[in-house]
Design a protein around this ligand. Structure first.
Ligand SMILES: Nc1nc2c(ncn2[C@@H]2O[C@H](COP(=O)(O)OP(=O)(O)OP(=O)(O)O)[C@@H](O)[C@H]2O)c(=O)[nH]1
Ligand SMILES: [Mg+2]
Length: 296
């Protein structure tokens, strides 16, 4: 781990988040954990498993419109094998929100029966949304709540200061998502979070990041680079040292800059501009549907 990634990790912040999360967890029956389908591993905080404990949980692979469909299906299977229900969603278009709703009903059916048997008729299912920054928590809440979002309810006494949204007669949503910081003890995790824009650009050097991204794309999704930039990926130099070298990526950025006509005085190629372009266009989904992480 480099110094630049280490500065992002604040144990104090995590302790505070943990406290807030634990007190909110007591109020809900089920936790909806939102992850980024392009980086399902890096966009989760492993601490979440411990915090949630035995409480029912459902994982969303959001932004699935930007991820590789085949890989997303592999992740859903992976979670199923581990007895966790995962649903691929797109909160921008609303795709699969209904699938989520039926998955939630199935997951909670047994609990609802228990409530009924105890005479707790009409006890709504209470849920909370958690996830790292920028995964689509607010978008998801807005999708679920729709026009009801404006009519949030403050219930002093029961849950002081907590805002609940009644979604239908059987579900209530804690209208305050729990934000969990991603965990950066791994260099690749930090990079993947930076590629997708989950952490700010200034944490890692943009040109270095773009080099790494271009190498990853050249290996796994070469057509995304070839089609978007009209470059060839033939005869690229190989990196000598996996950790240090980035000559391959630097050459790809050179080729992108050349094609786009990004020049600085003296006819040199402006690789800084090529780097910014690649990162922007990747984040905007212009390179196609790409998944950076596969289940093991
Ligand atoms: N392509 C795509 N973009 C999405 C999706 N869901 C959310 N976004 C975009 O992702 C960005 C972040 O969405 P938010 O809903 O603000 O995410 P958040 O988790 O609430 O972010 P913070 O409040 O900053 O932690 C926005 O630009 C959304 O438009 C999705 O399913 N697909
Ligand atoms: Mg938000």
């Amino acid at each position: 781990m480099s110094d630049t990634t280490r500065v992002q990790w604040f144990p104090g912040h995590m302790a505070k988040t943990r406290r807030i999360m634990q007190s909110n967890l007591k109020l809900v029956d089920v936790v909806i954990e939102i992850t980024d389908a392009r980086i399902p591993y890096s966009s989760r905080n492993p601490e979440m498993d411990r915090l949630v404990g035995a409480k029912p949980r459902l994982i969303l692979l959001n932004k699935s419109d930007s991820a590789d469909e085949t890989v997303t299906s592999q992740w859903i299977d992976y979670y199923r094998r581990n007895n966790v229900i995962a649903v691929a969603t797109d909160c921008r278009s609303g795709k699969n929100i209904n699938k989520f709703k039926s998955a939630l009903k199935d997951l909670m059916a047994e609990q609802v029966e228990i409530w009924e048997a105890k005479g707790m008729h009409g006890r709504p299912i209470r849920m909370m949304i958690v996830g790292i920054p920028n995964v689509g928590k607010s978008s998801f809440i807005n999708r679920l709540a729709g026009s009801k979002r404006a009519k949030v309810e403050d219930r002093p006494g029961v849950t002081r200061g907590k805002q609940w949204v009644t979604l239908d007669d059987s579900t209530e949503l804690l209208d305050m998502p729990g934000v969990l910081w991603p965990k950066f003890d791994d260099k690749l995790v930090g990079e993947h979070l930076a590629f997708t824009g989950a952490v700010k650009d200034d944490i890692l050097d943009a040109e270095y990041l773009a080099c790494r991204l271009s190498e990853l794309l050249a290996d796994r999704y070469p057509d995304s680079l070839i089609d978007r930039y009209g470059i060839s990926l033939n005869e690229l130099p190989e990196n000598d040292d996996e950790m240090m070298g980035c000559v391959k990526g630097a050459e790809i950025l050179e080729r992108i800059g050349k094609k786009r006509g990004f020049l600085i005085s003296g006819g040199e190629i402006n690789t800084e501009r090529a780097a910014a372009t690649l990162l922007d266009e990747f984040r905007a989904g212009k390179l196609g549907r790409i998944s950076l992480e596969r289940p093991i």
